[in-house]
Write a protein that binds this ligand. Structure first.
Ligand code: PMP
Length: 415
């Protein structure tokens, strides 16, 4: 498809002696700009507002380490053994309790534990998408999801959002346009709460309408919800899955509410889909790590996990406030941004004429990094946008980072 039928004569790619061996699907696999700048961007003098690394605020490390020690001492022969691809049964029950906070009533059998929700995205795409199938996704959308869709050669059609998230009318139009082109839509991929990267939340009154449109057109909904419990006003929105269990596949994660490094997430799927997911998981990893699942299970059983989520919310709200007040103080005229009510991200539009991808190396030289907008679109849009993540740096570093970023933008305006 996209592979050359002659070996390239020159250029960096010709240095790869394996070039002609790769599967066609690797053509869609590209490194993000920030990966390329990673070595420089991760120097301590650079304020990185680029990555979405969670801030592990106030995790009870002492009692956790005692629990993990006890777990290995008492249940080590299970914890260090292979398990089922479906996941540890006790954890699947606890996951149902977590999801109940968003109004979801689920049976533990319909939960499949994954290696982070990223693996859930990969598996869902693997079982549903043939090359050329269409996936609808908000524009912009989560870069890791776009990576999975590209890896399976699905084609993304973006649906524009406004301050209240996905716009139902735009969804209808996108469905009609894909239909006119004679293409097949496999699912709508949506991040309804505290969107990555746009920071917006799908208005509650729109949720039923989005579900209704998808149902009417026979389109499955894939709801990706890693930030749903991190609302700063204490509001937890009802999951899409809570009102349409048969047509929604829900992806969840402990990465943002507990510990990303354990890589434990899950998929909740209608019964038949769940069977296929278990088979897909088996062929990918045999089973998710038993020890990590049991650590999460112990944590939920013995620690104040709801209190911990509250601590995370407060830490992130303070960081959001630092980011927003610094933006208000320093950004030049012609820039706009949203004020997220949860999650990790602010989505910024810079003054006309600036290309945020071209600006990135100059920003890194000025000791600030961000994620440029084009990475969040499959169709080349986003050159005037960028995402900053306020989750990891301290509020003081965030303020300094935003000040530096604003100066870089002002320099660009004056160029
Ligand atoms: N979905 C979204 C929207 C995300 O922001 C992320 C992480 N940044 C993921 C999925 C993957 O999370 P994990 O694999 O750590 O559960």
């Amino acid at each position: 498809m996209n592979l050359p039928d002659q070996p390239p004569k020159q250029g960096a790619r010709s240095l790869d002696p394996h070039l002609r061996r790769y599967a066609a699907r690797t053509a869609g696999m590209t490194a993000s700009e920030i990966r390329a700048l990673f070595a420089v961007a991760s120097r301590p003098e650079v304020v990185s507002l680029a990555g979405g690394m969670p801030h592990l605020a106030a995790l009870p490390l002492d009692s956790l380490s005692a629990e993990v020690g006890d777990l290995i001492a008492t249940e080590g022969l299970v914890a260090l053994q292979y398990g089922s691809a479906h996941g540890v049964p006790e954890l699947r029950e606890q996951i149902c309790e977590v999801m109940a906070l968003e109004g979801i009533k689920a049976h533990p059998d319909d939960v499949v534990v994954t290696v982070g929700s990223q693996m859930g995205l990969d598996m869902v795409t693997r079982i549903f998408c043939d090359p050329g199938d269409v996936v609808l996704a908000e524009g912009p959308s989560y870069v890791g999801a776009l990576g999975s869709f590209a890896a399976y050669q699905a084609q993304v059609v973006h649906v524009a959002m406004d301050a209240d998230g996905l716009v139902p009318e735009n969804l209808r139009e996108a469905i009609a346009a894909v239909g006119r082109a004679g293409r097949r839509i496999k699912f709508l991929y949506t991040i309804p709460n505290f969107h990555n990267p746009a920071g917006v939340t799908l208005a509650v009154q729109r949720r039923a309408e989005v579900l209704e449109i998808c149902r009417a057109h026979g389109i499955l909904v894939v709801e990706d919800n890693p930030y749903g419990l991190l609302g700063f006003d204490g509001v937890t929105y009802p999951a899409l899955r809570s009102t349409d269990p048969d047509n929604v596949v829900y992806l969840g994660s402990f990465s943002k509410t507990f510990a990303a490094g354990l890589r434990v997430g899950w998929v909740l799927a209608p019964h038949a889909v769940r069977e296929k997911l278990v088979l897909a998981a088996e062929s990918a990893t045999l089973c998710p790590p038993t020890l990590n699942q049991m650590i999460v299970s112990r944590y939920l059983a013995t620690q104040d996990w709801k209190g911990q989520i509250k601590t995370y919310r407060e830490a992130y709200r303070e960081r959001r406030d630092a980011a927003i007040s610094a933006l208000e103080q320093h950004m030049p005229l012609g820039s706009t941004w949203n004020k997220p009510s949860g999650g990790f991200y602010v989505w910024i539009t810079v003054p006309e004429g600036i290309d945020t991808k071209a600006m990135l190396p100059r920003a890194v030289t000025q000791r600030v990094a961000y994620a440029s907008g084009t990475g969040f679109y499959a169709d080349g849009l986003g050159s005037r946008q960028l995402r900053i993540s306020y989750c990891y740096p301290t509020p003081e570093r965030i303020r300094e980072g935003v000040r530096r970023l604003a100066n870089v933008i002002k320099d660009e305006v004056e160029l």
